[in-house]
Design a protein around this ligand. Structure first.
Ligand code: J2J
Length: 549
């Protein structure tokens, strides 16, 4: 569907014209971009997958995308179709998404941690034509997951498995058998068309889908490349899950491919796996969430591996403390760039030439001169520079609405198209943003976002649970963990916290959403007007005591 179809709101024409005239929207598509890079430097290495021992050149990635696109089309995958892609950090991730980009089919980016609840929802809500999985990853069999999803979502026509044919049970199909020999000519998408659906961190019961166009996302890539110093000699280590917006685009794997650089896929982000890869591949930049950045800075000083090629470490996804930020350069010998971004669009970076104080105390400033930033009070009144308030934003790569969510859009966007980020920030006189807190009902567990309402709904499904509230609790390592406050039904058998956690896990959702702590209470604190006060629950959760659950 075209971005201005009925599926979601898009930029008004005057804005689109302005963004094009300013040169932000260059009229490129992902399929075309890869074709150009392959023509310009066919023999340069694009993707290194150390676990598989493969090194794909630009020419090879391009040819593979063509063959897979042809095979997918033979199986009826067409322009506008949605395909849920749940692949870990393997080379096939790029083969699959570029094949879909070329067709104009839309990847829906799931994370490896998602389970049947989330995947079932993505498949049914998007009416997905296909679902792509690994056979096995992290000790988990995705073929079992796909069997459950298939049973739940009969409209799902294909499950493709990135594995050898022998490992792929009927009725699933091995990607290796889908690749066609020939190349088909496709009337691919236009630059203004949707390229994919990305997941929102979310604060509602069901995660919202984020529609990104080729034009707008491509701008966030080359804009990021300029700010992070990415050029064709860069080597980007993809340490976080490849499908997440941060490692995908800030500047991420896709930024690196845009620059004609090399992407090295890290199967796990721990120092024992990442450090030898950095040394071997001469990695120049990577991106981490704060808890991993802490682990890396602790492990680096004693490591036998040569990390001297590392020039830039991007840290974002959650607030990076000033103390931890100060330790990055001494420990890793590289420049820290804080990045405060969101899959909905806006991305802020500290700049490579910012002074040390700015780098360690702020979360950066926007990519684009045309990123509009407003800091407002509860009634949408603009606040003076330096005051703390709600961050609203609008710009050339920030969406104007979620996909098929008109009612939610009315709340999440102002009438004139500003996105309500749900973040509470302060602007410095230099135009840098400092993240001070959050107004959205979300837990940020070390960069993994959890919508309180989603978990509460799962808790409420327990027959003994009368009511439940989930809030963030401070954690020295993750920044935040989840604490569930639960009221049992009158007369219900007493429950142990572990039984509640088990129940939530058994409902088939990502493990990071299972509450870290469960506490039983008789009542919830109330506000003056008799609403449940999450604010009071949050301060209760922050009490430094010996806590149950
Ligand atoms: C505090 N909070 C932050 C930061 C994100 C680059 C980097 C991160 C994301 C991302 C991304 C933060 N300090 N440095 O997409 O391209 C919180 C905010 C924000 C939400 C977005 C990218 N960096 N956050 O994390 O869509 O609350 O994107 O609104 O997952 O993460 O989450 P997400």
């Amino acid at each position: 569907e075209h971005a201005d179809g009925p599926e979601c709101p898009t930029w008004p024409q005057e804005f689109a014209e302005r963004y094009r005239a300013a040169g932000y929207w260059r009229g490129e598509t992902f399929g075309g971009m890869l074709r150009e890079r392959a023509a310009a430097h066919p023999d340069r290495v694009a993707i290194v997958d150390p676990a598989a021992g493969s090194r794909w050149t630009y020419e090879e990635l391009d040819a593979r995308a063509d063959r897979l696109a042809a095979g997918l089309m033979e199986r009826g995958i067409a322009k506008g179709d949605k395909v849920v892609v749940q692949l870990p950090n393997v080379a096939e991730f790029f083969e699959v998404i570029f094949a879909l980009f070329r067709i104009g089919a839309l990847p829906v980016f799931a994370l490896p941690a998602h389970r049947e609840t989330e995947i079932g929802y993505f498949c049914s809500f998007t009416e997905a034509a296909a679902y792509v999985i690994p056979a096995e990853h992290g000790g988990y069999d995705y073929r079992d997951l796909a069997a459950k999803v298939r049973a739940e979502v009969p409209k799902l026509r294909h499950v493709f498995v990135a594995a050898d044919a022998g490992e792929v049970p009927e009725p699933f199909e091995a990607l290796s058998s889908v690749r066609a020999t020939g190349q088909v000519e496709v009337a691919g998408p236009a630059p203004g068309d949707l390229a994919f659906l990305q997941l929102s961190g979310g604060s509602t019961g069901a995660p919202k889908l984020i529609p990104r166009t080729h034009d707008d996302y491509m701008y966030s890539l080359w804009g990021s490349n300029e700010i992070c110093g990415v050029d064709q000699d860069s080597v980007y280590l993809c340490a976080l899950p490849a499908a997440h917006n941060f490692p995908l685009s800030s500047p991420g794997s896709l930024g690196a491919l845009y620059a004609g650089a090399r992407v090295v896929l890290c199967p796990r982000p721990s120092p024992d796996v990442a450090f030898p890869l950095i040394a071997r591949e001469r990695v120049t930049l990577t991106g981490l969430v704060p808890p991993l950045a802490l682990v890396w800075t602790e492990a680096a000083p004693g490591t036998p591996h040569d990390l001297s090629s590392l020039e830039v470490l991007l840290v974002g996804g959650a607030k990076f403390s000033e103390e931890a930020a100060r330790r990055v350069r001494p420990a890793l010998g590289c420049t820290l760039q804080q990045v405060f971004g969101m899959a909905e669009g806006l991305v802020n970076y500290t700049r490579l030439d910012d002074d040390e104080e700015t780098v360690v105390t702020t979360q950066g400033r926007p990519i684009s001169p045309d990123d509009e930033i407003r800091v407002v009070d509860d009634d949408d009144n603009d606040l003076p520079v330096g005051a703390t308030g709600h961050l609203l934003t609008r710009g050339p790569y920030t969406i104007r609405g979620y996909w098929r969510a008109p009612r939610h859009n009315a709340r999440s966007f102002t009438e004139d198209g500003f996105y309500r980020t749900g973040d509470v920030v302060r602007l410095t006189p230099t135009g840098h943003l400092v993240v001070e807190g959050r107004a959205k009902d979300q837990i940020n567990r070390g960069g993994e976002k959890i919508a309180a309402e989603e978990v509460e709904n799962h808790l409420l499904a327990h027959p003994s649970v009368h009511d439940a509230n989930v809030v963030a609790e401070p954690d020295p390592y993750l920044g935040e963990r989840t604490r569930a406050y639960v009221i049992l039904r009158a007369g219900a058998e007493p429950l142990k916290p572990v039984a509640v956690k088990k129940f939530v896990r058994a409902r088939g959702l990502a493990a990071y959403k299972v509450p870290d702590h469960v506490e039983f209470v008789d009542a919830f604190p109330q506000t003056g007007v008799g609403k449940i006060s999450k604010k009071d629950l949050r301060s209760d959760a922050a009490r430094p005591t010996d806590r149950p659950g």
